[in-house]
Design a protein around this ligand. Structure first.
Ligand code: NAD
Length: 383
């Protein structure tokens, strides 16, 4: 038996904000990051709230990879205000923070669960439709993915205009995050026909439109497509889960502060090769992953006579895309010194092993294999 649930109401397009008027909101708490305020982007939201006569307060202290301290501060603010709607506006960091703040508010004080509205300004995490929230413990240098149904947003507003200002590097990193979500959901042990369909469409869009948005940030058609792909990949992985690509990226992000999407992008070719058992003929049964990657290769018109060659061609397509987006090909090329890498290598492998994303990976790794995989990502071992 399998299930597929999409609870969030999604409104997309340049007039998405106006759909807020369908909801009965009196007091709103807006949770966002300083850029959303300084860029004037928040005005698109506050203009609509003003029209609706909503009283609102703004908490705009969110920083990338939000630490526990910011969540604690946000919970204090929201307890003070007791809103009937929480509106998260920003990248994955702002949305994840708002989800956690709202969660602790519901668990401690809220008499009624506030309406939760997510308005993404990057096309990457899919956080607007997932029950995940990734919070960083800065003391322990660990990123914790919290998973709970209460974290799932009620409404998502996808306005592509909000992403026009995303700089090329962030466009590249977040776009590769979408690709990784879709590919991991597709090969996950929990994948279904429903999640596969969304993942396939997201992958198709990424290959077609990510280079366009990277080359011309003002291409509104490409931006809209990427915003939709990010949301679709979010729906796919919210149901099908992820895999070790994300487990490793979470650990690398926390220890070595590589942007999340970039970490995913650097690791992706190596994880595909590992899951498909490409490099070393393994004792493990890799046939499921091999079959799924081969199906993707065929979908992308790079299928070949054998499964192994098809997977190699798929990896080559991903590497070509990453090159076109100026993404480094190894952790070393990303600027991480060998000393720092060696300091964290073992800890990253064991943290990744314990990550909530690891059990749904199509091939069960050992910690030793994760260490080997990390070495390949650092030293750029040929696949
Ligand atoms: P982010 O939210 O950390 O933002 C990165 C930078 O981009 C920030 O400086 C931000 O101010 C800026 N920015 C945001 N929107 C912009 C815009 N429109 N124009 C210009 N600059 C803009 O980046 P992200 O990649 O969206 O989110 C990453 C976080 O999300 C990580 O903490 C990651 O672990 C988490 N994550 C969560 C999920 C989930 O399901 N909840 C999934 C994947 C990743």
């Amino acid at each position: 038996m399998s299930s597929f649930v999409v609870k969030t109401k999604v409104f997309s397009g340049v007039d998405a904000f106006h759909n807020l008027k369908n909801f009965d909101i009196k007091h709103a708490c807006i949770i966002t990051d300083p850029f959303v305020i300084s860029s004037g982007m928040s005005k698109l939201l506050t203009d609509v709230l003003d029209e609706m006569g909503v009283e609102y307060r703004i908490f705009s202290d969110i920083v990338p990879d939000p630490p526990i301290e910011v969540i604690v501060e946000g919970v204090g603010r929201i307890l003070d205000h007791q809103p009937d709607a929480v509106i998260a506006m920003g990248g994955g960091s702002a949305i994840d923070s708002a989800k956690s703040i709202n969660y602790f508010y519901i668990r401690t004080k809220a008499e009624q669960k506030p309406l939760f509205v997510a308005i993404p300004t990057t096309s990457g995490t899919g956080s607007e439709v997932t029950e995940f929230s990734v919070i960083t413990d800065r003391q322990a240098n660990v990123k914790y993915p919290l998973v709970n149904e209460l974290l799932l947003p009620d409404v998502a507003l996808l306005d592509p205009r909000l992403t026009l200002s995303v700089p090329p590097t962030v466009t590249a990193d977040t776009g590769m995050d979408v690709l990784t979500h879709a590919i991991e959901a597709y090969v996950s042990l929990s994948a279904t026909d429903f999640s596969d369909t969304l993942a396939e469409k997201a992958i198709e869009i990424i290959f077609q439109y990510l280079p366009k948005a990277f080359d011309n940030g003002n291409d509104i058609v490409a931006r809209e497509k990427l915003h939709n792909a990010s949301c679709m990949a979010g729906m796919a992985f919210n149901n099908a889960q992820l895999g070790i690509n994300h487990s490793i990226a979470h650990a690398i992000g926390a220890k070595m502060h590589v942007p999340h999407g970039r970490a995913n992008a650097i690791i992706l070719p190596y994880v595909i090769a590992f899951n498909a058992g490409l490099r070393v003929i393994s004792q493990d049964d890799c046939s499921y992953a091999m079959e799924k990657y081969t199906a993707l290769a065929k979908m992308m018109h790079v299928g070949a006579g054998s499964g192994r060659q098809s997977v190699k061609n798929l990896i080559a397509r991903i590497e070509d895309l990453a090159r076109a987006l100026d993404i480094p090909t190894s952790l070393r090329a990303q600027g991480i010194s060998e000393e720092e890498y060696k300091k964290f290598r073992n800890e990253i492998a064991s943290t990744a092993m314990a990550d909530t994303c690891t059990p749904s990976n199509p091939r069960k790794p050992t910690t030793h294999q994760l260490r080997e995989l990390l070495d390949m990502c650092y030293y750029e071992t040929a696949l």
